[in-house]
Design a protein around this ligand. Structure first.
Ligand SMILES: Cc1cc2nc3c(=O)[nH]c(=O)nc-3n(C[C@H](O)[C@H](O)[C@H](O)COP(=O)(O)OP(=O)(O)OC[C@H]3O[C@@H](n4cnc5c(N)ncnc54)[C@H](O)[C@@H]3O)c2cc1C
Length: 376
């Protein structure tokens, strides 16, 4: 594995980001016979996972099912399984990062670390990527820089007084005995659970009631893992749920902070509220190279390519098609072979080896593998 910056070569493919999406799609490109590729990451392989709060675990369970041709839900490469590698069902972020590092070593992926892409420009039938150390050229670019390192901090007056859950190292170290958590989806419930099991009281606010959703799609409804944890006695005793309570603002007060709901109700707290308000996502860095959907996500062709910048692909949780959100690993990995096949075809490679992806139930051509209006 390369461990330092970039070269001046014109690569067939540059992948920006060595997280689950970048590593997974790189392995798939290799299966497609594409050799001239490089992954760039400003931190390290699996860096976002390694930065999760220490107590946070995967909500999607890992289980080794390779023997019958099914991928572990958290696997990003055929034949590999985080469950088998790590020996745990719900890995922590640090454990999962070590799975990704082992994949990168095993598949001998060429990775340049400490390589931060500042922006990308479409130029002369390819791309110029700007890095602090200089420029890098590529015929195709796969944007896989994720969301975690781009937390949503704004949008609410006073959000600067809050602590985003993505910046917490350990819930055990959070100050205060009575905390407010804003945002009641997975990260908010995860925060409340760890704080409550650590003996603290929590008030959990959400504009809706995600813990009572009618759908079974974990992109919308709370996962089973979180639902189970919400039934833990310590959660039931110490967490007060405030559904349908959108927070309008947070203001400093004499003795802490005042959190005001849209309806005018005020809640006091002595310590900074925790904000589990999601992520802006890294695609903003290359926003001008994509058309935007009405929901703000990049508009993609059926090959997950930009509709206005040929050669630029998106991989990872920001992928959207119609009403389908690919925000979990087991969802967005379905698109790796589609992207690899499109790039192989553009390079004049047959990509026959990718046929194996079909036998593992993965997309290869388009969105038709599900064969139905998606309710997955
Ligand atoms: C608390 C939490 C729990 C989650 N639990 C689950 C779960 O149980 N199951 C599941 O499927 N999903 C889960 N997710 C979602 C999952 O973590 C994400 O889908 C996943 O991290 C996305 O992978 P990625 O490779 O797209 O992004 P990342 O893992 O963030 O990787 C992106 C990489 O790009 C690098 N990078 C960023 N910007 C640049 C740049 N400009 N230049 C160079 N490099 C750059 C970063 O250093 C990083 O290594 C969870 C997310 C969170 C926050």
């Amino acid at each position: 594995m390369a461990d330092s910056a970039t070269t001046s070569r014109f690569h067939d493919v540059v992948i920006v980001g060595a997280g689950a999406a970048g590593v997974g799609v790189a392995v798939t490109l290799r299966h497609a016979g594409i050799d001239d590729l490089v992954l760039l990451d400003r931190r390290g392989v699996g860096a976002s996972f390694a930065a999760w709060p220490e107590e946070t675990r995967f909500i999607t369970p890992s289980f080794p099912t390779n023997s019958i041709g099914m991928l572990d839900l958290n696997s990003v490469a055929i034949g590999t399984s985080p469950a088998a590698t790590l020996g745990v069902e719900h890995p922590t972020g640090r454990e999962y990062a070590s799975y990704l590092r082992r994949l990168a070593q095993f598949f001998e992926l060429p990775i340049a670390l400490g390589a931060e892409v500042l922006d990308a420009t479409s130029i002369d039938g390819g791309f110029r990527l700007r890095l602090p150390e200089g420029n890098l050229r590529a015929k195709h670019v796969i944007w896989a820089a994720g969301e975690f390192q781009y937390p949503r901090l704004g949008g609410m007056p006073g959000s600067e007084h809050c602590v985003h859950t993505a910046t917490i190292e350990r819930y055990e170290d959070v100050d205060g005995d009575d905390l407010i958590v804003i945002g009641g989806y997975e990260s908010g419930v995860d925060a409340a659970y760890h704080l409550a099991t650590g003996g603290k009281r929590v008030r959990l606010f959400d504009r809706g009631r995600p813990w009572r959703s009618e759908t079974s799609d974990p992109s919308v409804a709370l996962s089973t893992y979180s639902a189970e944890r919400m039934r833990d006695d310590r959660f039931v005793d110490r967490v007060a749920l405030h559904p349908n309570t959108a927070i309008a603002s947070v203001h400093p007060a004499d003795d802490g902070y005042v959190v005001t709901a849209v309806g005018g109700e005020r809640f006091e707290t002595q310590v900074s509220p925790l904000f589990a308000g999601g992520f802006e996502g890294s695609h903003g860095t290359v926003a001008e190279l994509f058309e935007r959907r009405d929901d703000g996500f990049p508009l993609l062709s059926e090959h997950d390519e930009s509709t206005i910048t040929p050669g630029l692909f998106l991989c990872g949780p920001a992928v959207r098609h119609g009403n389908q959100s690919f925000c979990f690993i087991y969802k967005y990995r379905q698109r790796f072979a589609v992207v690899a096949k499109a790039i192989a075809t553009s390079l004049g490679l047959p990509a026959e080896a990718l046929e194996i992806y079909r036998t593992w139930g993965m997309y290869l051509d388009d969105l038709s593998c599900c064969g139905q209006e998606c309710v997955c």
